[in-house]
Design a protein around this ligand. Sequence first.
Ligand code: NAI
Length: 312
Amino acid sequence: MKMTFDGKVAIVTGAGGGLGRAYALLLAQRGARVLVNDLGGDFTGQGANPSYAAAVVDEIRTLGGIALANGDSVASREGAERIVAEAMQAWGRVDILINNAGIVTSRGPLWEMADAQWDTDIRVAATGTFQMCRAVWKHLWDKDYGRILNVSSGSFFGMGSGLGYPAAKGATWGITRALAATADHHRKNIRVNCVMPTAASRMTHLLGEDVDAAMKREYLPEAAAPVAAYLVHDEVPCNGEMFRIGGGGFRRVFIGITPGYRSSPADLDMETVRDHFAQAMAVDGYTIPRNSIDALDADAGVDWSAFGPGII
Ligand code: NAI
C-alpha cells in the first residue's frame, strides 16, 4: 500500500530551498497540507526574503498540492507561535513538524570566533527547534497525535572548525531524546526523531568545489526526503532515534553505554581507574538506553525508578 499523508497538516521550517523544499514537496505530493516556512536570509542568517517560501508554495500548487507560505523566523517565540497559528487558522490542526531551518556562521579558529557567530548558530538550530516544539507541543499532547523530526548534523561527531554549529546540532539531539522520553513515559502517540542529513545545498560549497560537485551528482536533497517523510508518517516504528540520511541511504545513529567497570566506592582510586580504563572503553556488551533512568547504573544499589517521571 502506498503511504500517504491524507488529512494531515505539516509544518516544514526552512523549506524555501535545499532539503526543506524536498521534504515539503514530498509531503504535499503524498497528500499533506503543508505550511512552508522560510525566513529567506543568506546561509549565514543575514537578511530576509519571503520569496523563498512563496516559490516552493507555487511549486506545490502547480503539482496540485495544498500549501501556504510563511516568512517568520523560527528563532523567536513570536515567530514560532505565528507559524503554528497560521497552520491552525488555515487547517485547524497540526500533525507534523519538521524542524529543518538551519544556518552555519561559526567557522575558523576558536580564538577568532565572535560571540555573534555562536549566538546566531545557537539561535536558529537550538532555540528555533525549542521554540517550534514548544509552540506546537500542547496541541499535539491534547489531541494525542504528533510526529516531529528534528535536524542534527554529522558535525556533532566532531567538526574541525567552529563551535556554534555542532553545539546547536547537538542540542537538537538532546531535545529529540527529551521529548521522545516524555511522550513514551506518558504513552502518547507522539514520535520525535532526528536526522543527520547529507545533501547538496547552498551550504555545501563550504566543503570545497570538488566535494560540492560530487554531492550535486550523488546527494540531491530528493534522495534524503523519503526517509524524512517516513519518520513523520503515521506508521513510523521508532521514537527518539537518530538516522544518518542522504544519497539514497539511511542508517541508525545511537549513543550506547559500555558495561564498564565497577568497584566498591571506597576501593576506587586513580590507579584502579588507570588499570581498568580499557574495560570501560571496550564496547562488547554495550546497551542503548531509552532514557536517562535507563542510563543510570543498574547495579549501584539505588532504585532509580523512584525518581519517577520528574527526571524525564
Ligand atoms: P539551506 O541553506 O538550503 O536550507 C536552510 C533553510 O533554512 C534556508 O532556506 C534558510 O533561509 C532557512 N532559515 C535559516 N534561518 C531561518 C530562520 N531563523 N527561520 C526560518 N528559516 C530559516 O541548507 P540545507 O543544506 O538544505 O540545510 C537544511 C538543514 O539540514 C539545516 O538545518 C542544516 O543545518 C542541516 N544539515 C544539512 C547538511 C547538508 O549536507 N546539506 C548536513 C548536515 C545538516
